[in-house]
Write a protein that binds this ligand. Sequence first.
Ligand SMILES: Cc1cc2nc3c(=O)[nH]c(=O)nc-3n(C[C@H](O)[C@H](O)[C@H](O)COP(=O)(O)OP(=O)(O)OC[C@H]3O[C@@H](n4cnc5c(N)ncnc54)[C@H](O)[C@@H]3O)c2cc1C
Length: 558
Amino acid sequence: MAGLQSEKLQQAAACLAVLQAQVDAAFGQINRLCTVDGQNSLQQLDAHQQVSYELAFCVAELEAAKAMLLYADNVAAEDQLCERLALAFCAENLRSVWQRLLTYGAEAELSSHHLLKLMESEPIAGFLAEQGRVAHYASIGSELVKRGSTRMPSGLDDEKNMMRESFARFTEQVVMPQAEHIHRFDTDIPDDLIEAAAKMGCFGTCIPERFGGLMPDQRDDSLGMLVVTEELSRGSLGAAGSLITRPEIAARALLHGGTQSQKENWLPRLATGQSLAAIAITEPDYGSDVASLSLKATKVDDGWVLNGAKTWCTLAGKADLLVIIARSDPDRSKAHRGLSMFLLEKPRFDGHQFTCQCPRGGRLTGKAIATIGYRGMHSFDLSFKDYFVPDGALIGGNDGLGRGFHLAMAGLSGGRIQTAARATGVMQAALDSAISYAGDRKVFGAAVSDYQLTQVKLGRMFAALTAARQFSYAVARKMNEGAGTMEASLVKLYSCRAAEWVTREAMQIHGGMGYAEESNVSRYFVDARVLSIFEGAEETLALKVIARQLIMNAGETN
Ligand SMILES: Cc1cc2nc3c(=O)[nH]c(=O)nc-3n(C[C@H](O)[C@H](O)[C@H](O)COP(=O)(O)OP(=O)(O)OC[C@H]3O[C@@H](n4cnc5c(N)ncnc54)[C@H](O)[C@@H]3O)c2cc1C
């Protein structure tokens, strides 16, 4: 982290580096523990799950803290609150990482004696004594209440800031007035909301201009998609912010592996919202274990016949296009290499169930699963009975055979940073609500926000939210350069967990009103809970994506 201008930020970076070295050492040690006869054995990793999971969170917290330091450095001249926030956040995360290492590090042969000494010696001891005091977060919390705004410099260029402003207005004028009704009565998202969002261009944020989207042709640019997603999610996770996830995943899969005619046919329709997509990966027996999926695609004369079940397919009713991953090679020993991706065109259906007869034979039925939150799009159980799709439905044509897993993963890495932005939007809504309520509500003769405990909560919530936002921007910039796949999992891990905590605290600040169905904050709480489950469940990301890669990398540097 070279080049930080302020001495305090440099000191924070030095402290993070000390604990980063411990985390790296732990990964190195797990690598050695998993090495049998000179070969790294993936089977052995499962014997170290708990420590690997904690280490993945350590890395996520350290990376979030680094993103905050770089952000504070970048916008220092615009608002002095940014540096104070970054320093308090670093102090909090140093303690959290250290706590995880102290509790679980012995599993990776870290010495608790050494860890204790690190916290008592420089640079960490001095930094925590100065920046780790309760008074810092309390003063940040109380300043937020006084300002009546959590608006901070974004660190983005003018174009993205304008995008944010126009989607913020859209959310306030169109999404927010309808969000509570959609949630309470579990209705469909009204067509006029979807049409208005489409007119704003929200479905095209991840599709290149040459295909009718908003992304430049010459390079990837995920930042616009993050800004738009966050603003829409501030209004409603289920009825607005998550509308972009499906075209994001579908477009990435098509751009990575579609034939030219598939791209020309589908991308412009997805970009304008003329066609809505749904993604059908999860099955009743296989969710995290994507390589084992079993929905059968059987080759017939001029196409394929689909048989089997999918579950949790969000927006499947209203979608015109299902993107389905299916087993096209009956040899199950081929695992993920036997999977391909198919495009199924269907009519739109409103409501909680539908039946769709294929003109060329077969039937698809869908039934929505009742959920505690994330309402509006509905997530469906799907059953495919001899459903025919033509040859042109196979993504990539013959070259796409066996590439379904690869294409799904390409799509999901975009879905993961997008989910971090969804988490940020929900956190922003929860924090705004908490600040407003804490200022209005009097307890024991004073406003809830006058109490230190509340001020610290608000300060910490604000830090978590700002870190999630800036971390996701940092990862998006990496992804724009063609890297950042593992980091997309890290930022999802961090932000989704943070959203659970922030919405929990926001609800708590509302007291009994927070638990009332009529208060928005109860919706934020149930909505936030799903974020760590989908787009890669937290445990799967921590163990099978993040820890596995870092343990393997540690082997290369041993
Ligand atoms: C509201 C909602 C909407 C969704 N929308 C879609 C959608 O549009 N399309 C789609 O395809 N899917 C969708 N999903 C499905 C979602 O992606 C899956 O639920 C998720 O991938 C987890 O799969 P699973 O539910 O089968 O859990 P499992 O895979 O059965 O996992 C159960 C638990 O075990 C943990 N676990 C998994 N592997 C390990 C391991 N090796 N070691 C230790 N623990 C482990 C998991 O993290 C989880 O906590 C949605 C889910 C929800 C709840």
